[in-house]
Design a protein around this ligand. Structure first.
Ligand SMILES: NC(=O)c1ccc[n+]([C@@H]2O[C@H](COP(=O)([O-])OP(=O)(O)OC[C@H]3O[C@@H](n4cnc5c(N)ncnc54)[C@H](O)[C@@H]3O)[C@@H](O)[C@H]2O)c1
Ligand SMILES: [Zn+2]
Length: 371
């Protein structure tokens, strides 16, 4: 296994922060948090699935570090990522009189992380924010980079803020309780990094991807470290997505539209929507003549080998209508001057952004998986 450090720093000047990656880190989370933000009041925000599993450990560890903590437990799932939850959350925190030195701790997946980060960004115009990601997706992606937000009926993550955490504590042990479906969802974001930026990492995944999704520690922790490293470098280069950061949206223009079409429900999770979206982006790159068929086939072979979704799933009473998916894409926040923005690829590891794609070609492509 190539060696990568288990402490990474996202280099953003005064907003720089560490990502700690390892086994058994939750036990000492309190001291790590105390060392980062001091001993102000803190709130642990988590969901109902995680509370019975990990909350006592975090509470104990904060108490051992002499930190006073409150807890807010949210319903699990994407439906929670909305304005009503932000209202409830911020009011509960305000009830306990926070100060600028107070801290919100997100113990959960991307839903808890995105919501908590957004709340932290607006309470007193910004209080401390710690991420303790518990899904594979959150460990390799959403806990790093400072995008926070919520969904509205207009689409996904359309309300939010760039707000960096003060520290990310990634304990690989928590993945032992994560269902396989969620591991695969995180793997979609892992393979994304190889596809957009790092052909050598993609090659490594071709050999070791099954070990990663089967939870073999060495492979898993290397995949997390490598993914966070690639993301940290892109974020350090372009924190506010004026250029290269947009590459991280590979597969997401389609993916977000599919999530909107399924009303952010449990039919498709984020990673599943993104893996179908990446398949479509690879096919589109090939149809438009940017990438070779061999590149497309190599990518699809890997997705199939790991068990990532490549087609719209067959769901009772669900018809995937191209014009409806295109309708959702019109709301994408990456669009410029009314034109849809797509991340395409020339080869594995070489992605680029285009706002010059003929939507009739996209509509024909969207018909394909239904046939
Ligand atoms: N901010 C970003 O940069 C960014 C990047 C990617 C995705 N996201 C967002 O992240 C969200 C998806 O996050 P997610 O995939 O982590 O889903 P999630 O937070 O909904 O978690 C998935 C499910 O797994 C459960 N769970 C979490 N950790 C567990 C564990 N260790 N053991 C057992 N069960 C556990 C949760 O309770 C939930 O039911 C989406 O809203 C997406 O938009 C944000
Ligand atoms: Zn994503």
């Amino acid at each position: 296994m190539p060696s990568v450090s288990n402490k990474l720093t996202v280099k953003l000047g005064a907003r720089s922060y560490d990502i700690l990656i390892g086994k058994g880190l939750l036990k000492s989370a309190g001291m790590k948090i105390h060392n980062t933000v001091g001993n102000g009041k803190c709130w642990i925000i988590t969901d109902e699935n995680l509370a019975p599993l990990y909350l006592p450990l975090i509470q104990k560890s904060l108490a051992e570090a002499a930190m006073q903590s409150h807890t807010i437990i949210l319903p699990a799932g994407e439906d929670t990522k909305n304005f009503e939850t932000v209202k409830m959350l911020t009011n509960k925190v305000l009830d306990e009189i926070p100060e600028r030195g107070s801290t919100l701790i997100a113990l959960g997946g991307g839903v808890v992380g995105d919501l908590t980060g957004f709340a932290a960004s607006v309470i007193l115009r910004g209080i401390n924010f710690i991420q303790i990601p518990t899904t594979f997706l959150a460990q390799v992606d959403s806990s790093v980079g400072g995008k926070t937000g919520i969904n509205t009926r207009h689409g996904k993550n359309l309300i939010g803020a760039f707000y960096q955490p003060n520290l990310v504590i990634t304990d690989t042990d928590v993945l032992n309780s994560l269902p396989k479906r969620e591991i695969l969802a995180g793997y979609a974001e892992v393979v994304k990094y190889g596809l957009i930026r790092d052909a050598t990492f993609f090659e490594w995944l071709e050999k070791n991807g099954n070990a990663v999704v089967n939870g073999e520690f060495e492979a898993l922790s290397y995949a997390i470290q490598k993914s966070c490293g690639i993301k940290a470098a892109i974020v350090a280069d372009d924190e506010y997505e004026r250029g290269t950061r947009a590459l991280l949206n590979f597969g997401h223009t389609f993916g977000h539209a599919l999530e909107a079409e399924t009303e952010f429900g449990s039919e498709l999770n984020h990673g599943e929507a993104v893996s179908i979206g990446m398949t479509l982006a690879c096919k589109l790159s090939n149809i438009l003549g940017f990438s070779r068929s061999a590149t497309l086939n190599r990518t699809l072979n890997h997705f199939n080998k790991i068990g990532l979704m490549t087609n719209f799933p067959k769901i009772e009473n669900r018809q995937w209508k191209p014009h409806k998916i295109l309708g959702h894409m019109a709301h994408d926040k990456k669009n410029k001057s009314g034109r849809n923005t797509f991340v395409l690829m020339r080869d594995i590891g070489e992605a680029f952004v285009s706002d010059d794609v003929n939507l009739e070609v996209v509509e024909r492509l969207l018909q394909e998986p239904n046939s």
